[in-house]
Design a protein around this ligand. Structure first.
Ligand code: NAD
Ligand code: TYD
Length: 336
């Protein structure tokens, strides 16, 4: 296979490229990435010299560049996006541009270049929020009800991908997954922000009452799910991908991180809540299990421990990030 991976310099995209070249060493990958604040070629330093890997520095909104990059591939795996909810609250327009317009431009080029599969990576946040009391989970049949500019822009992209499948016969598949965690995750998201803050002797900012729940998915489980959908998934279908079933509130995750780093609860600081904060996400991954044989392998506690260890061992990686533009972002978001 020859793959065009958009957003391959980000968190999940870089883990996916490493996963793919390890498991399919004869395949070729073009990583197409604009290198926004979230894109970092250091995530792929160990891959850069692989003859089956190449990098294109360009925007998914640039049709000419997209067409050029797509002319030699058979498969597109689309990760590129603005991905952080808090940033979408302060700057929604960049989310609409990249996530909606950028996706439509990729779809147009995929049609023109007759790609054999366009796989779109999306989020469970398009379904809105569950209440803490319910045992109901998100399913493929759940109605869309996005509540943040981020999730609204991802919902728009999902609809466009399906529309190109139905209207023009583009061979598409979609995965909507829950919150990923693992190495190379940008330290603006909760788990890496918490770990790196504590490593720097700072507190973990916990929004609101801390009783918000996410369905945590280890990034390698996610990469394997995309692999299985590309190999065995049915064209036109959507598959939901979630993690192991323990549903821990954010405050509990903060406590687990503190325990792993030998620190007490004085490192927790409750801060102002996020506007429109979704209470709970929880995914029913029965479809991908029964139809394609995928299930998550990695237990949350075991892989949280390994993730904490990765951030301890790769201090230079996150210190480089935290010393740049990130400083202004942090002050704007959290004060001092
Ligand atoms: P990320 O923010 O870490 O990386 C995004 C990448 O896209 C960066 O490398 C960035 O440079 C690139 N990019 C942004 N705008 C671009 C543009 N206009 N042209 C080309 N490249 C551009 O994101 P992530 O956490 O790795 O998420 C990847 C995908 O997975 C996104 O589509 C996101 O919506 C989805 N997703 C993420 C999670 C999660 O927990 N992180 C959960 C569900 C779904
Ligand atoms: P985040 O990693 O931003 O992912 P998402 O909003 O896409 O789920 O946040 C995960 C959870 O952690 C969410 O409930 C918001 C919360 N959170 C905090 O409590 N403090 C923080 O500093 C951040 C970034 C998030």
């Amino acid at each position: 296979m020859k793959l065009l991976v958009t957003g391959g310099a980000g968190f999940i995209g870089s883990n996916f490229i490493r996963y793919w070249l390890t498991n399919h060493p004869d395949d070729q990958i073009i990583n197409y990435d604009l290198l926004t604040y979230a894109g970092n070629l250091e995530n792929l330093a160990d891959i850069a010299g692989n003859p089956n890997y190449s990098f294109v520095h360009a925007d998914i909104c640039d049709l000419t560049s997209v067409n050029r990059a797509m002319s030699t591939v058979d498969t597109v795996v689309h990760f590129a996006a603005e991905s952080h909810v808090d940033r979408s609250i302060t700057d929604p327009s960049s989310f609409v541009r990249t996530n909606v317009l950028g996706t439509q431009i990729l779809l147009e080029a995929a049609l023109k270049n007759d790609v054999k599969r366009f796989h779109h990576v999306s989020t469970d946040e398009v379904f809105g929020a569950l209440s803490l009391e319910t045992s109901e989970k998100f399913k493929e049949s759940t109605n869309y009800n996005p509540r943040s500019p981020y999730s609204a822009s991802k919902a728009g992209s999902d609809h466009l991908v399906r529309a190109y499948g139905v209207t023009y016969g583009l061979p598409i598949t979609i995965t909507n997954c829950s919150n990923n965690f693992g190495p190379y995750m940008f330290p603006e998201k909760f788990i890496p922000l918490a770990i790196t803050n504590v490593l720097e002797g700072k507190k973990i900012p916990v929004y609101g009452d801390g009783l918000y729940v996410r369905d945590w998915l280890y990034v390698d489980d996610h990469c394997r799910a995309i692999d299985i959908v590309l190999q065995k998934g049915k064209v036109g279908e959507t598959y939901l991908v979630g993690g192991m079933t323990e549903l821990y509130p954010n405050i509990e995750i903060a406590r687990k991180i503190l325990k792993l780093l030998d620190k007490d609860e004085s490192f927790i600081e409750f801060v102002k809540d996020r506007p429109g904060h979704d209470r709970k996400y929880d995914i029913d991954w029965t479809k991908i299990k029964t139809e394609l044989g995928w299930e998550p392998k990695f237990s949350f506690d075991e892989w949280l421990e390994k993730t904490v260890l990765w951030y301890k061992r790769n201090e230079q990686w996150w210190k480089n990030i935290k010393s740049g533009e990130y400083k202004q972002y942090y002050t704007k978001q959290y004060g001092k």
